[in-house]
Design a protein around this ligand. Sequence first.
Ligand SMILES: Nc1ncnc2c1ncn2[C@@H]1O[C@H](COP(=O)(O)OP(=O)(O)OP(=O)(O)O)[C@@H](O)[C@H]1O
Length: 317
Amino acid sequence: MTQDILIRAEQLYRYYSGHCAVKNVSFDVRRGEILGFLGPNGAGKTTTMQILAGSLAPSSGQVRINDFDLLDKPKQAKQGLGYLPETPPLYRELTVTEYLAFCARLNRIPRNQQAGAIASAINRCGLKKVSKRLIGNLSKGYQQRVGIAQAIIHSPSVIILDEPTVGLDPIQIREIRELIRELAQKHSVILSTHILPEVQAICDRVQIINQGELVLTDTIAGLSQRMEATSILVRFDAPPTTEALMSIKGVTSVEREEDGRFRLRYQPDKQDPVEELVRRTVDKGWHLRELTPERRTLEEIFVAITQTETSQEPVLL
Ligand SMILES: Nc1ncnc2c1ncn2[C@@H]1O[C@H](COP(=O)(O)OP(=O)(O)OP(=O)(O)O)[C@@H](O)[C@H]1O
């Protein structure tokens, strides 16, 4: 395992009384990256995160953190990892400082370094002005910050954040995303979420999980490429027949819209039909009025991938 790979998950499976929640999941987390773990509810994100964090044993498969096997060397492996579960493990009756002091002891931070670690976590998570308040009285956004503070208190190389913005208002969401970006300067981050724009806004790389299987791994740039146009909308003054449009090389389907426009679909990596369409328009006198490429949204890609029947092979669009 090279130094740049901080987590390596290999062929993870997890069964819940016969139901396979995680199927053959393998991936790496590299130094300095924010990896988005994206999937609909029930896809297996939390189960995978719990396995990585060592709080749930896989039915089979292996996790190495900083080159320590999570099963053989759990203490050393877990030292490299901070975990914010979907429901943060907060004690509402403790103040922020008291709670973080407890977490520092739990993470076996040497006694003479505990005060420094607590102060640093408080600072980095923007908790200074609420450090003496009871956690139960804080807003959901601040409680989430406390949850993140406990995940970074021992300076792990990787932080796992499971749905960190669920239940927050839009301003809190922006603040937590900003905090995650700041944290990523020092730690690698795995961000588990079902929110596509969140991945686009924060992550470098994305993995999509559906029904327990990874169905796509790509960079955010690669994902943007997948969003390139796969259809165009065209309007003519003297419209041709649908059949005439279908006969253009590269066109895979033609739909007539109610407003008289046509939607021509094509495969992005195959023949681009636009040049021939324009040539024919001129030759046949169709009088082209409008030609608009339609970009696929991330949502459409997500739906296309996750609605595909689960197959043995990763589905690449
Ligand atoms: N303790 C459990 N016992 C039985 N089935 C479980 C258990 N935990 C999860 N499952 C099932 O395993 C599958 C994956 O669940 P998981 O919580 O990992 O998904 P998820 O992607 O995190 O979804 P969500 O965002 O809704 O939590 C689901 O079908 C879920 O019902």
